[in-house]
Design a protein around this ligand. Structure first.
Ligand SMILES: *[C@@H]1O[C@H](CO)[C@@H](O)[C@H](O)[C@H]1NC(C)=O
Ligand SMILES: *[C@@H]1O[C@H](CO)[C@@H](O)[C@H](O)[C@H]1NC(C)=O
Length: 363
């Protein structure tokens, strides 16, 4: 049957073509799977510090790849896209191993209504300052030393809630607790040491240390990493062998940590965007207590708008925490720092407050 050969050949040829096309598709798909995320597509120029904020000292360790983007771009809110992220193609969403992470993906936080019918800094400031000075839940035991029979000393900025109704104290007793501490190397680490001495696993993120990881004692680790509100652009990360800037959720995934009992952060004005990232990606639900130093002498990295807009944004962020059942149990106004609010001496405010929340939903 001489006629059958070409027919068979034709089919084989078509099959070949089909599988070649399939292979090509697969390859393209794979390549795309690590394509830059939305935010990193911004041109490098947009990342240069805006002149108005240029004078602000930028801590060497915090948010290395991050700077204040110019003009209107600063308002762009970044979030890693997940399944429901419509703006980024599905191929670009790195799938976190932890599926709980995917349930809500939002691009920006819900802004609260203005404090007054017409926006005014006076009203915004007084609402905000009142909010951060008022505890929402009382906590009877806030000092590790008091557990060992020492008397409670003067009001301390870094306070955790050790009341029996919250799990932290039980987890400390069972030596199951974990502290993440974000900050710069020159901070005093009394708090970290006392947590480590109580048997907690302490991870201190400090980009200034010499090696990638250092263990000190049985419970204290240093990691050469700084926590950011976005992962670095892969194009940049590929050139730099050691990219040491990561989102908290990414670090937790990499370390295989589902929970953090306490997150302490003293990140020199990066706290607002980091907090926003934790809320938007629902990472905050994996955290038992937050102890944050907040800075209000300027808007903070990548926070833009006029003064009333900035204060309303800060307030809205903290309200989102409250909605997630984080209750403020301790607030500390740092009188040793300049008494400055958005570059002005006003409202009897300090430039710096330390706030502690307990996640009342957390087990
Ligand atoms: C600040 O900006 C907002 C939004 O752009 C505007 O509605 C508001 O009137 C401004 N507030 C002041 C006090 O200038
Ligand atoms: C200003 O703040 C200090 C310290 O918090 C407080 O003692 C003082 O009463 C405040 N002054 C006014 C006028 O509110």
């Amino acid at each position: 049957m001489p006629k059958e050969r070409p027919l068979w050949r034709g089919a084989a040829f078509r099959l070949c073509l089909l599988s070649a096309a399939l292979l090509l598709c697969l390859q393209l798909g794979m390549r795309r799977s690590w394509c830059p995320e939305e935010k990193s597509r911004e041109p490098a120029a947009a990342r240069a510090p805006a002149p108005s904020r240029g004078a602000e000292q930028r801590p060497a360790g915090v948010a290395v790849a991050v700077a204040v983007a110019g003009g209107g771009r600063r308002r762009v809110t970044y979030v890693r896209s997940g399944r429901r992220g419509s703006a980024a193609p599905a191929c670009c969403a790195p799938q976190p191993p932890d599926s709980r992470r995917r349930k809500t993906v939002r691009w920006h936080i819900e802004l609260q209504p203005w404090a007054s019918p017409t926006p005014s800094l006076n009203y915004e400031a007084s609402r905000f300052l009142k909010y951060i000075s008022t505890t929402q839940i009382s906590c009877g035991h806030m000092n590790l030393n008091s557990l060992k029979g020492y008397s409670e000393t003067a009001k301390k900025p870094w306070s955790i809630c050790l009341d029996e109704r919250f799990s932290l104290i039980h987890r400390i007793r069972n030596k199951q607790c974990r502290l993440y501490s974000l900050g710069l190397g020159n901070d005093d680490n009394q708090f970290e040491l006392s947590m480590a001495n109580s048997g907690c696993e302490v991870h201190r993120f400090d980009p200034s240390i010499k090696s990638a990881h250092i263990q000190e004692g049985r419970h204290l680790w240093y990691h050469r990493l700084s926590i950011d509100w976005r992962d670095p652009n892969p194009a940049i990360a590929a050139h730099k062998l050691h990219s040491n800037t990561k989102k908290l959720g990414t670090v937790m995934n990499e370390f295989g940590h589902q929970k953090i009992d306490v997150l302490k952060a003293d990140v020199e004005s990066a706290e607002w965007k980091i907090l926003e990232n934790l809320i938007l990606e629902d990472v905050v639900e994996q955290i038992g207590q937050l102890v944050f130093e907040v800075h209000i002498h300027w808007p903070g990295f990548e926070v833009s708008g006029n003064d009333s807009t900035v204060v309303r944004y800060w307030y809205s962020l903290l309200r989102e925490l409250e909605l997630k059942d984080f209750k403020l149990f301790h607030t500390y106004k740092d009188l040793s720092k300049p008494q400055v609010f958005l570059k002005k001496e006003a409202f009897n405010a300090s430039s710096c407050y330390t706030l502690s929340w307990v996640n009342t939903r957390w087990k």
